[in-house]
Design a protein around this ligand. Structure first.
Ligand code: DAT
Ligand code: MG
Length: 149
């Protein structure tokens, strides 16, 4: 089963959306196999968003993502990378479809509530940045017999 890294960003935590977002992930059938609330260190944030280091919005992105607690998760399930990107919606919430997290709860690209890895390779890299192996739980959910053919 594929794994992906998901974050409820500081705006999502401040707005009390953690439960709503976790609920959507769980109800979709995806399995949360690691979860933590913490204030991400600046060095960790810069590593996480390294691909954007030269972009004009990088300094404000790092300042925002480290500005308060966020919730980090490892999410597992069939095609979880693609599915979580769809659950989150388009990067710019103005373009995000209703029914997606960004399409239901956000308006500004710099305050788009959630993150999810954009490829399996990015997922592996991001999971390793944010979690030790010992923090990730391998378990079965009883509803897997209903979720998967
Ligand atoms: P995503 O988070 O959908 O993977 P991304 O990797 O292109 O999108 O960008 C990472 C984050 O950076 C994004 O969630 C919000 C911020 N961002 C992206 N483009 C931006 C822009 N043009 N102006 C301000 N912030 C931006
Ligand atoms: Mg991205």
């Amino acid at each position: 089963m594929e794994q992906t890294y998901v974050m409820v960003k500081p705006d999502g935590v401040q707005r009390g959306l953690v439960g709503e977002i976790v609920s959507r992930i769980e109800k979709r059938g995806l399995k949360i196999i690691a979860m933590r609330l913490n204030v991400i260190a600046e060095a960790t944030a810069k590593e996480h968003y390294g691909e954007h280091a030269e972009r004009p919005f990088f300094p404000s992105l790092i300042e925002f993502i480290t500005s308060g607690p966020s919730v980090s998760m490892v999410v597992e399930g069939k095609d979880s990378v693609k599915v979580m990107r769809a659950v989150n919606g388009a990067t710019n919430p103005v373009d995000a479809a209703p029914g997606t997290i960004r399409g239901d709860f956000a308006l500004d690209v710099g305050r788009n509530v959630v993150h999810a890895s954009d490829s399996p390779e990015a997922a592996a890299r991001e999971i390793a940045i944010h979690f030790k192996d010992s923090e990730i739980a391998a378990y079965s959910r009883v509803d897997e017999v209903c979720l998967y053919e």
